[in-house]
Design a protein around this ligand. Structure first.
Ligand code: HEC
Length: 145
C-alpha cells in the first residue's frame, strides 16, 4: 500500500507534477510541496527578496558552503549535469569570471536554481545564502570565508 505521505514527497523531488498542464500546475505543485514539508515550489511564489547583510554575517565555511554542497554541487561538478558551471568551492561561488558570482546570486534569488523538480532550500537557508552575498557587497565585494 502506498502511504499518502510518500506521494507528495516524490512529486516534489522527481517532478511528475510537470506533467500537469496549465492552470492546475501551480496548485498541484504547491499542494504537493506543502504536504511534503520544506520543499518550496521554485519560481512559483518566489519571494524574489533581497535580504540585508545580518550581524554577525554568515560565513562560507559554516553557513553557505554546506548549503551549496547540499543543493548545487551534485549537478555543478565535473561529473554532474552542468559541468560548465562548477559550484564546488568558495572560489567557484565568488568567481567574477564570466559573472559567475552574480549568476549564482540571481539564480537563487529568482528561485530558478535548484531546478523546480529538485530538492529546494528552505526559506531560512535561501536567506542565509542571499544575505551572505549582501555581505560581500557591504564588504567591498569580498565574501566572508
Ligand atoms: C539537477 C541538477 C542541478 C542542480 C541541483 C542545480 N543546477 Fe544549476 N544548472 C543545471 C543545469 C542543467 C543548468 C543549465 C541551464 C538549464 O538547464 O537551466 C544550470 C545552470 C545554472 C547556472 C547558469 C545559469 C545562467 O544562465 O547563467 C547557474 C548560475 C546555476 N545553475 C546555479 C545553481 C545553484 C546556485 C544551484 C544550487 C542552489 C544549482 N544551480 C543547482 C543543473 C542544476
Amino acid at each position: 500500500m502506498i502511504s499518502h505521505f510518500m506521494i507528495p514527497a516524490r512529486a516534489c523531488q522527481t517532478g511528475p507534477v510537470k506533467l500537469l498542464a496549465g492552470r492546475w500546475r501551480p496548485l498541484a505543485l504547491a499542494a504537493a510541496c506543502s504536504l511534503a514539508g520544506g520543499c518550496s515550489p521554485a519560481a512559483v511564489n518566489c519571494p524574489n527578496d533581497n535580504p540585508a547583510c545580518p550581524s554577525p554575517p554568515p560565513t562560507y565555511q559554516a553557513d553557505v558552503g554546506p548549503l551549496i554542497a547540499k543543493y548545487c554541487s551534485r549537478c555543478h561538478a565535473a561529473d554532474g549535469g552542468m559541468p560548465k558551471v562548477r559550484l564546488q568551492s568558495y572560489d567557484d561561488v565568488t568567481s567574477t569570471d564570466g559573472g559567475q558570482k552574480t549568476h549564482v546570486f540571481t539564480q537563487i534569488k529568482a528561485c530558478q536554481m535548484p531546478k523546480a523538480d529538485q530538492p529546494q532550500p528552505t526559506a531560512a537557508e535561501r536567506t542565509t545564502i542571499l544575505s551572505w552575498y549582501a555581505c560581500c557587497e557591504a564588504n567591498g565585494g569580498t565574501c566572508a570565508r
